[in-house]
Design a protein around this ligand. Structure first.
Ligand code: DHB
Length: 393
């Protein structure tokens, strides 16, 4: 089999790339180890930047998003016994949307299949060959157990944080910028009505907590914990007590309900530098990880896909490889900004294990400054709603 762009991974980066390429008349095949059912049922991220929403709408995959998603014009930040709202619209005239990632994937998969797109779900033993040559190959075993070679002009590695495509960049050519944090997030999904119209980011003496949502009947909440914490050892009551103690007060409390999923999420920052090698181009979590605070991961995957699709369009349209050669540099600029933002939100809101009184007061002063000044709110709103995607021409 042969295609123009072989894409490893049917997550946000891979599917959006395939979707954008298709609109530009460029062929692609997407290879995915999971099943369609699994992908469409796994609840993950939930916040879409304004630019991600605009892109989905303008490329014909925004109908369900506009119907079922909800626009959020601000967030609440709680600290020092008070609640402070950061209004996005008055600061930067933009918003974010709450719309679960698996719904984005459902929409992209449906659009690809309606356009006769080729997605090979349930593949295994995926490996890359000849990425520095002119016709790299993706070798895989398809869902029926048949070994298959897919010859490509180029390969996009979109196989997520645990993916292996990045290891095709030799050790001597790759710098792994990595940082681990000393806390994790205890995340739950609960059957309950929303407790708040907007997301709540809480700084408390017991550590950080985040109140988010997925649907009118399913709520997503997190609290900072030890990264080694055993989620299964916690009773529902203990979890609710911990969450309530971090956000409750002044007449507010969380609506509780049955907790049907729980896990401890590690927090790390990572960038694979460069994001490309020969004819292999990495996009999304395959190339970088951000800590979840600030909800940048999914949005970075989408912006990588946009930058890469543009470079590929120029390459196939004119034969010029200049944008392709600059892809990693262009994409990394935005990724580093998001790294900084996610690190900053994390450091401002979380209690370090060895934090003393000085650190706590310093954080409170920073939160006071950011929420108490128009300049501070604008800085946060600008980053949270997302920087414009650099469009090269
Ligand atoms: C969610 C996750 C985040 O990291 C965040 O900053 C906001 C929302 C969420 O899962 O809904």
């Amino acid at each position: 089999a042969r295609t123009q762009v072989g894409i490893v991974g049917a997550g946000p980066a891979g599917l959006m790339l395939s979707h954008l390429l298709s609109a530009a008349g460029i062929g692609s095949v997407v290879i995915e180890t999971r099943t369609r059912e699994d992908i469409e049922a796994t609840i993950r991220a939930g916040i879409l930047e304004q630019g991600t929403v605009d892109l989905m709408v303008s490329t014909g995959v925004g109908d369900r998003l506009l119907d079922k998603g909800s626009r959020h014009d601000g967030i609440e930040i709680r600290f020092g016994g008070g609640s402070h709202r950061v209004d996005f619209r008055s600061s930067v005239g933009r918003s974010v949307y709450l719309y679960p990632q698996h719904e984005v994937l459902r929409d992209l998969i449906a659009a690809r299949l309606a356009d006769d797109g080729d997605i090979r779900f349930g593949a295994s033993e995926v490996s890359l060959h000849g990425v520095t040559g002119t016709e790299p190959v993706i070798h895989f075993t398809d869902a029926d157990g048949r070994p298959t070679d897919l010859r490509c002009d180029l390969i996009a590695g979109c196989d997520g944080a645990q993916g292996t495509t990045k290891w095709s960049i030799p050790d001597g050519r790759r710098t792994d910028h990595f940082r681990a944090y000393r806390h994790g997030w205890f995340g739950i999904l609960a059957e309950a009505p929303p407790s708040s119209k907007e997301l709540i980011y809480a700084h408390s003496d017991r550590g950080f907590a985040l109140i988010s949502s997925r649907t009118p009947t399913v709520q997503r909440m997190y609290f900072q914990c030890d990264p080694e914490e055993d989620a299964d050892s916690w009773s529902d009551n203990r979890i609710w007590d911990e969450l309530q103690s971090r956000v409750a007060g002044r007449g507010f409390s969380l609506n509780e309900g049955r907790i049907f999923q729980r896990s401890v999420i590690p927090m790390r920052s990572y960038i694979c530098d460069p994001m490309q090698h020969g004819r292999l181009f990495l996009a999304g979590d395959a190339a970088h990880t951000v800590p979840p605070t600030g909800a940048k991961g999914l949005n970075l995957a989408i912006s990588d896909a946009v930058v890469l699709a543009q470079a590929l369009e120029r390459f196939f349209g004119t034969g010029h490889a200049d944008l392709l050669e600059g892809y990693g540099r262009t994409a990394a600029q935005r990724v580093w900004r998001a790294q900084h933002f996610s690190w900053w939100m994390t450091s401002m809101l979380h209690l370090a294990p060895d934090a003393g009184d000085f650190d706590r007061h310093r954080q409170l002063a920073e939160l006071d400054q950011i929420t108490g000044s128009a300049a501070g709110r604008t800085l946060l709103a600008e980053s949270y709603t997302g920087w414009p995607i650099e469009l090269t021409n």
